[in-house]
Design a protein around this ligand. Structure first.
Ligand code: KIV
Length: 272
């Protein structure tokens, strides 16, 4: 399994880091078999797997449950797990307790938190020995306020983002996700820190890329954002396969040669 030091080394050597979300045993298994460098058990789970309209309804229990399954599917891959909405803003004490629980019970290697104004919390987590991943730019847990649009588009906001990354690095944050920010800012941010920066909708100059499993495979999603590239059509393949099964059953083509238990219980009766 790669370590955070390996990711820093990859950044230093200019080798791009690949991250893909996975939320269960089979998706994590595929991600590991395909050789992704790390898996994110993201709270996008809410939309991709649980059918919610946002990440807001996802609970700590959901994240632990799914991260454990992903860990079983990808025992040799570095896994980052999201702290979901509402689990780290009520009080510092509760936030730290939730982070410890998530880290301890999920089997993940690091926890990801969204937002810039969490220095004290980050400090407490690092102090407790929990590897922390930051998430800046568009933070889906706050879309009720920001909307789904590009972030850090002014010089002031761009400077603030770079300043936050520098603070995160000084606090010991192991890496950060940058979502929906201008590509030139992402390149500048990457040059400003040794911390690996993983982009989504942030152009080519971040140190790695992350995409959502269901977007990459076109699996149960609607029209994806423009920054997504779809590499397969699981919806089409899945529906075609299930239609085939339905029609085989109706036409008595299945189970046919798939009938496993062929011992004849009533053979004598039939012959007599
Ligand atoms: O939850 C998630 O999938 C994420 C990615 C979009 C980075 O946070």
């Amino acid at each position: 399994m790669k370590s955070t030091m390996d990711f820093v080394e990859m950044k230093k050597n200019g080798e791009k880091i690949t991250m893909l979300t996975a939320y269960d045993y089979p998706s994590a298994r595929q991600a590991e078999a395909a050789g992704v460098d790390m898996i994110l058990v993201g709270d996008s789970l809410g939309m991709t797997v649980l059918g919610y309209s946002s990440t807001v309804e996802v609970t700590l229990e959901d994240m632990i449950h799914h991260a454990k399954a992903a860990r079983r599917g990808a025992p040799d891959t570095y896994i980052v797990v999201d702290m979901p909405f509402g689990t780290y803003h009520v009080s510092r004490e509760e936030a730290v307790r939730n982070a410890i629980r998530l880290y301890q019970e999920s089997g993940a290697n690091a926890v990801k938190i969204e937002g810039a104004h969490l220095q004290q919390f980050v400090h407490q987590l690092v102090d407790a020995g929990i590897p922390v991943v930051g998430h800046l730019g568009l933070t889906p847990q706050s879309v009720g306020i920001t909307g789904f649009r590009m972030q850090a588009s002014s010089r002031e906001e761009a400077a603030e983002l770079i300043e936050t990354l520098e603070t995160f690095e000084a606090l010991g944050v192991v890496m950060a996700v940058l979502e929906a920010i201008p590509a030139d800012l992402a390149g500048k941010a990457s040059a400003a820190t040794k911390m690996p920066l993983i982009g989504i909708g942030a152009g080519v100059d971040t140190d790695g890329q992350v995409l959502v499993y269901h977007d990459v495979l076109k699996y149960g999603t609607g029209r994806p954002p423009k920054f997504v590239k779809q590499y397969a059509d699981f919806d089409d393949a899945g529906i075609k396969a299930i239609r085939g099964y339905v029609s085989d059953v109706k036409d008595k083509i299945f189970p046919d040669e798939h009938t496993t238990y062929k011992k004849k219980v009533y053979e004598d009766e039939n012959n007599g």
